[in-house]
Design a binder for this molecule. Structure first.
Ligand code: ZN
Length: 557
């Protein structure tokens, strides 16, 4: 089945919700584990149907935010999502109270139960109106960013398309492009401040309603974290500062020298070479076919995967007016279809879509026959291991996209990958500060961000409107939309860099360990998945030190 053949109909929520009530009633009155396992199967069907509808609406709305029909459907989904979740939580509660729990755990695994317990800690019916308001606000944020239509050098571009100019080899173009972006954010500063302030207060209220001191603990549970807490994350961040930042500083000094610059300004950060960053040589239309060639050369499994994706129209890669910026991969469980959304802009980010987002899609494709949705989908830091490691496993094929520039493309990518770690930790620490101190004013929040820049990116100099005012966080959508989802990228990158180092010595062993990890999907915790693949646990002392050494060996010696 192709994506264009999917027929959408608004779900009949009354029917769906009462089906759930009936199912929960059956769990409560069941007289055997078998009966309850049958109910779990029914629940999986309902869950899968609703997830399919809501992902489909999300895709159609983000592909064209001006489409009035799907705008309405997205509003509808924002409204009903918490009502649906309430029913799922009731169902979980009934299962958790089962007298047959030992038999159920035997059939479904302990983790299924641990995850249900965590899910239960995120929800109280009292919070439903707040959750609806939260969804409305995050949609408002996305629409505001998607509305950006910026005149630049005779073109009208969106924020993603502007990135191409922001990394131009011509410093003046970089400066002008950053100024154009600054102008957009400054023009909407009051709105962005208001949306964020409302979100912080709403989330804090949700936490209080559930008896938490602040939103942090609830935020962790909402991310379904089942093997680490805020304390461990704080230790990890300090390790990044101690073990990774010195390497990043050396790499950034090299970048400045290469570009003939005395100091690196914020607008120089993404320009790696004086002759320009390596760009894909192919036109937008050829990119998918090059992706097909790459995955065919990689392995039979990846070949089958990419054919499935392209032949069933499961990519919407090209930037166009009205399209939401950024990129993502989502999944339509009823059709067993991953779907990749992106905004090609002619930079290396286009190749990343075919390596990173495709890594997510590859995992979803490989786990498509798993019946239990809760286990078919890993927690998010594990999902980012799938995608970020795939970026590295694609290294031998980058000649397809970059031709003679491939070696430089690998060098820039690896520099970027390791430089990302301090940035990611900064985003994470910022959110901890924000939710520990929900009473901060918008200006105080900006001051906190500016302070963190000193700690995590001391190699970059900021000045002027927006960029010099601690407002950078406003362009980092996760901070608005998915609180505490950012450290996941750092943890995953720590695993992915280990796969990279391993693949340099023994590619076959590394790739088969990666495949085994991908196939386990969410049946194990993040730490178990990583250590089970033969990698070091990112939380252990010394893990990042090893990563830094390998990177320095590759890039600085
Ligand atoms: Zn990702």
């Amino acid at each position: 089945m192709k994506f264009s053949e999917i027929k959408y109909q608004r779900p009949d929520m009354d029917a769906l919700l009462s089906e759930y009530d009936a199912l929960t009633g059956k769990v409560k009155s069941a007289s055997s584990a078998e009966e309850q396992l049958f109910c779990v199967k029914q629940h999986e069907k309902l869950l899968s149907r609703f997830m399919t509808d809501s992902s489909y609406v999300y895709i159609r709305h983000s592909v064209d935010t001006r489409d009035a029909f799907f705008e309405k459907e997205q509003e509808f989904m924002d409204e009903v999502q918490p009502l649906f979740e309430e029913k799922v939580q009731d169902f979980y509660k009934a299962l958790l109270a089962s007298p047959f729990r030992p038999e159920l755990e035997k059939a479904l695994g302990n983790l299924f139960f641990l995850n249900m317990e965590i899910a239960n800690k995120t929800f109280t019916p009292e919070n439903i109106p707040l959750m609806q308001e939260e969804a409305r606000l995050t949609t408002e944020y996305s629409k505001l960013l998607a509305s950006a239509s910026i005149p630049f050098d005779g073109e009208t571009v969106n924020l993603t398309q502007l990135r191409k100019y922001e990394e131009s080899q011509d410093r003046n173009v970089r400066i002008r492009a950053h100024a154009a972006e600054a102008e957009f954010y400054k023009a909407h500063e009051a709105e962005l401040d208001r949306i964020f302030d409302q979100l912080v207060k709403l989330r804090t209220q949700m936490a209080k309603n559930m008896g938490y001191e602040n939103f942090i603990e609830l935020g962790y549970y909402r991310m379904r974290r089942n093997c680490y807490d805020a304390k461990m994350v704080a230790v990890y961040r300090e390790q990044v500062v101690k073990d990774i930042l010195p390497t990043v500083r050396k790499l950034k000094a090299l970048q400045a020298k290469r570009n003939g610059l005395d100091e690196l300004m914020y607008y120089d950060n993404n320009c790696f070479y004086p002759e320009g960053n390596p760009k894909p040589k192919a036109g937008f239309d050829e990119m998918l076919e090059l992706g097909r060639r790459m995955y065919h050369e990689m392995s039979p499994e990846t070949a089958a995967f990419i054919d499935y994706m392209i032949d069933n129209e499961l990519f919407d890669p090209i930037a166009k007016a009205g399209k939401q910026p950024g990129g993502y991969c989502t999944y339509l469980p009823d059709y067993k279809m991953p779907f990749i959304f992106s905004n090609f802009n002619g930079t290396s980010a286009d190749v990343d879509v075919l390596t990173h987002e495709a890594g997510h899609a590859y995992q979803a494709y490989r786990a498509r026959d798993m019946e239990i949705q809760e286990l078919a989908q890993a927690t998010l830091e594990a999902c980012e291991v799938h995608s970020m490691s795939m970026e590295f496993f694609c290294y031998p094929y980058l000649e397809l996209f970059y031709g003679d520039d491939a070696a430089r493309a690998r060098e820039a990518h690896l520099t970027d990958a390791v430089s990302f770690l301090p940035y990611g930790c900064m985003v994470d620490e910022f959110q901890h500060i924000i939710y520990e101190n929900p009473g901060l004013t918008p200006d105080e929040r900006k001051a906190e961000w500016a302070k963190l820049e000193q700690k995590y990116r001391p190699f970059l100099k900021f000045e002027g409107p927006y960029w010099g005012e601690g407002m950078w966080f406003m362009r980092q959508g996760h901070i608005y939309k998915d609180p505490f989802y950012y450290i996941d990228y750092c943890l995953a990158q720590t695993a992915a860099l280990q796969f990279w180092a391993w693949a340099q010595k023994d590619r076959d062993a590394a790739f088969s360990a990666y495949n085994a990890l991908v196939e386990k999907a969410g049946t194990e915790t993040f730490v178990d998945l990583v250590t089970g693949a033969g990698l070091k646990n990112p939380f252990t002392e010394g893990c990042l030190e090893d990563v830094a050494k390998e990177v320095e060996k590759a890039l600085l010696q």
